[in-house]
Ligand binder design. Structure first.
Ligand code: SF4
Length: 343
């Protein structure tokens, strides 16, 4: 099959360059861009104010990549919606919409599967299948906004995949979703999560973005981190913290450290004390996540009394701590589980 241009992944400037070759007025670029990113159309036929001849040219040269809703689970407790989407090549990904007082937040996937091998995570069990295109990351938000009829105001790139190993497409996604001529989601409301790819964090710190960086730390020492995250063989906590400091210094945006509490592995008093020592003096914020059990491994959720003590030790050390609300408990299963039940 001939290769068509993935038009929804293009910036406004790139669409202008594309249609320059068609010898049509340049204002058509703005119209096409708006149909794609404001009206969220999925076919060229829907672009009503575009002349038929131009629509035919676009149809011949380009495709509008979309994701297809296959299933949605809705929490009876808090309205959290977990979506299963199918891609053009019949792969599956999942996205979650959470309703908060400050607005709707969508957690998007950036890859099909993941190569990182974190032991508590279901998304990595089948390895990495492929990167998502910019258009496929955008489409998760577009389809959820259309499905609910509600505006999405916050984005977390924390679903399947390690976003910083799909670097270019994720950067293009952030620039497009925050563009003032699209859904215009503020970069301050976008969080990008990473398991700690040091060179990519340093590149990210130079992108002039205003996003929040969420670093999946999950351990107070390299020794424990290596037991649960293979990436820890490659980069030490010291190197990671150094890169995070650079991110903060360049962007002025505080880094959030994500910490999954796993029973008996990283959730005891000594671990909390070591973590407090590691982060003391930093403008850090720790988000504690009681881990979701994954049937394929033997990690259990931390006990409530351990979670409380852990939090208290950090707070007593003057560290800013939140505990992630367990949204959609009744529909959940860990991230990646819906896909695993489907394929
Ligand atoms: S936690 Fe994130 S980086 Fe680690 S395996 Fe899962 S999807 Fe990949």
């Amino acid at each position: 099959m001939e290769h068509k241009t993935d038009i929804k992944s293009l910036s406004f400037e790139q669409i202008k360059a594309l249609i320059a070759g068609y010898e049509v007025p340049s204002f058509r670029a703005k119209q096409i861009f708006e149909w794609l990113h404001v009206h969220l159309v999925t076919s060229f036929d829907e672009m009503k104010n575009i002349p038929a001849a131009l629509r035919e040219k676009l149809e011949a040269d380009c495709e509008i990549r979309n994701v297809k809703k296959k299933n949605v689970l809705i929490s009876g407790i808090d309205g959290t919606r977990k979506y299963l989407f199918e891609l053009n090549d019949h792969q599956y990904i999942e996205s979650v919409m959470m309703r908060y007082r400050h607005g709707n937040s969508v957690c998007v996937s950036s890859q099909v599967g993941c190569a990182m091998g974190c032991r508590f995570c279901a998304s990595t069990i089948g390895g990495l299948i492929r990167n998502l295109t910019t258009s496929e990351i955008l489409s998760q938000i577009y389809e959820i906004q259309k499905d609910t009829g509600e505006r999405v105001s916050n984005v977390v790139i924390m679903g399947m995949g390690e976003p910083l190993t799909n670097y270019r497409n994720v950067m293009d996604f952030i620039r497009l979703i925050s563009d003032e001529n699209t859904l215009h989601i503020s970069q301050r409301n976008i969080t990008i999560s990473t398991c700690g790819i040091v060179p990519a964090i340093i590149s990210l710190s130079k992108e002039s973005l205003k996003c929040t960086l969420a670093l999946s730390l999950h351990a107070p020492s390299d020794e424990i981190r290596r037991k649960i995250m293979p990436i820890a063989e490659k980069y030490s906590i010291k190197e990671i913290l150094h890169a995070c400091d650079q991110y903060f210094n360049n962007t002025g945006r505080r880094v959030t450290f994500e910490y999954c509490l796993i029973d008996g592995i990283n959730d005891k008093e000594e671990h909390a004390k070591a973590l407090a020592k590691l982060l003391k003096g930093r403008n850090a914020h720790i988000n504690l996540i009681p881990v979701n059990p994954v049937p394929e491994n033997d990690f259990g959720a931390a006990k409530e009394q351990d979670i409380r003590l852990f939090r208290k030790i950090l707070e007593d050390a003057g560290i800013n701590v939140t505990r992630r609300r367990e949204m959609g408990r009744d529909i959940s299963g860990a991230c990646g589980q819906l896909v695993r039940r489907t394929v």
